[in-house]
Design a protein around this ligand. Structure first.
Ligand SMILES: COc1cc(O)cc(C/C=C(\C)CC/C=C(\C)CC/C=C(\C)CC/C=C(\C)CC/C=C(\C)CC/C=C(\C)CC/C=C(\C)CC/C=C(\C)CC/C=C(\C)CCC=C(C)C)c1O
Ligand SMILES: C[S@@+](CC[C@H](N)C(=O)[O-])C[C@H]1O[C@@H](n2cnc3c(N)ncnc32)[C@H](O)[C@@H]1O
Length: 320
């Protein structure tokens, strides 16, 4: 059994060497994940390097995340040497939520962004409370103790809704929330980024981390982001992007195509989902192209910051 498994693994490694994975520059559709050919308008798209119908794509993406959900978090630490945590922390520092922020985290999966948000606003609120106490002279010990024991909202009114299309990812997220003691200020909603189950002008911030690449109609998801944000609200997207240093790009390509699917097979028993991951990264638009797409959806003051040589980028835009 073990020999069969390792032989199968080796044959996959060999096959993957024949993939365009050895090219130093990658074919990139101008619209990223959505490729529209002249003959078959708006019916075909990409699922990694595979061309599939738009109807098929959603089901395939669903299957990927249903399959990897249980191993999702451990895979991210292994593949990125823990670096995905730093990227997510940076997204939160960029957001720098104000007290009372209403956040919608779309494609929120197992809750990494939501938990960071809750920890951030909790720390912020505690800091504010301390500063207020320090500023008040001559408080008795009883008054100070009362202030700490009062049932005041420890999140200062901030709330987060995690919205994801995949039940299995949300299930793992809810288990993590229980284990980490997150209860208040957190809601889980099953929903599609392309058709959000929320009213217009509802949220202060919309985040999407490593999610938009998987959506069939990225333009539709961006328009939905714009719709649900309040005027003055902020769009923030953390996603894979384009590496511009040729040497790092070559190493990263080698690592992506030769190591990541192997890790996927060994840790999650799922080569194909991790092959989809690395292929879908190469189909996603560059920093500048994605910036234009965000502007086309009606966002203003759109900027981006490339992280780790452009392996990922954070895009930001405002609904004004
Ligand atoms: C299904 O869809 C998904 C599933 C998911 O689980 C997650 C997502 C969404 C994704 C995330 C939340 C983040 C996931 C993170 C990544 C995909 C990885 C991002 C990658 C990095 C941060 C590292 C970037 C790597 C480089 C720039 C290249 C550095 C690599 C090397 C020097 C190794 C070069 C590799 C080769 C020559 C290939 C052959 C090598 C071997 C077979 C030996 C094995 C090598 C290793 C295990 C690597 C050891 C590397 C080091 C000790 C150096 C580390 C250096 C750096 C990190 C700069 C989702 O959608
Ligand atoms: C790579 S995970 C990202 C999870 C989380 N944001 C994080 O940073 O770890 C991608 C998530 O996008 C979700 N997703 C894919 N297509 C979606 C869609 N159309 N609407 C909402 N979520 C979607 C998947 O179910 C999956 O949970």
């Amino acid at each position: 059994m073990a020999t069969h498994r390792s032989r199968a693994l080796w044959s996959r490694v060999m096959r993957s060497c024949r993939l365009p994975g050895f090219r130093s520059s990658w074919p990139r559709g101008p619209l990223g994940a959505r490729h529209v050919s002249q003959e078959k308008q708006a019916t075909e798209t990409h699922f990694g390097f595979e061309t599939v119908s738009e109807e098929e794509k959603g089901g395939k993406v669903y299957h990927v995340f249903e399959s990897v959900a249980k191993k999702y978090d451990v895979m991210n630490d292994m593949m990125s040497f823990g670096i995905h945590r730093i990227w997510k922390d940076l997204l939160l520092s960029k957001m720098h939520p104000f007290p009372g922020t209403q956040l919608l985290d779309v494609a929120g999966g197992t809750g990494d962004i939501a938990f960071r948000f809750l920890n951030y606003v909790h720390e912020q609120h505690k800091g504010k409370q301390k500063r207020q106490l320090r500023a008040q002279q001559n408080l008795s010990w009883e008054e100070i103790a009362k202030k700490y024991q009062s049932e005041e909202d420890p999140l200062g009114g901030s709330r987060v809704v995690v919205c994801d299309i995949n039940k299995e990812m949300l299930k793992i997220g809810k288990q993590k929330a229980r284990a980490q003691g997150h209860k208040a200020g957190l809601a889980w909603v099953l929903g599609d980024a392309e058709e959000l189950p929320f009213d217009d002008d509802k949220f202060d911030v919309y985040t999407i981390a490593f999610g938009i690449r998987n959506v069939t109609h990225i333009d539709q998801a961006l328009q939905e982001a714009h719709r649900v944000l309040k005027p003055g609200g902020r769009f923030l997207c953390l996603e894979f992007s384009q590496v511009n240093n040729p040497l790092i790009s070559r190493l990263y390509d080698l690592y992506s195509f030769q190591v990541i699917p192997v890790l996927g097979e060994v840790i999650a028993g799922d080569w194909k989902s991790y092959q989809y991951l690395v292929e879908s990264i190469r189909q996603f638009p560059s920093q500048e192209e994605f910036k234009e797409m965000i502007e086309d959806a009606g966002f203003e003051k759109v900027t981006y910051e490339s992280l780790t040589s452009g392996i990922v980028a954070i895009h930001s835009g405002f609904k004004l």
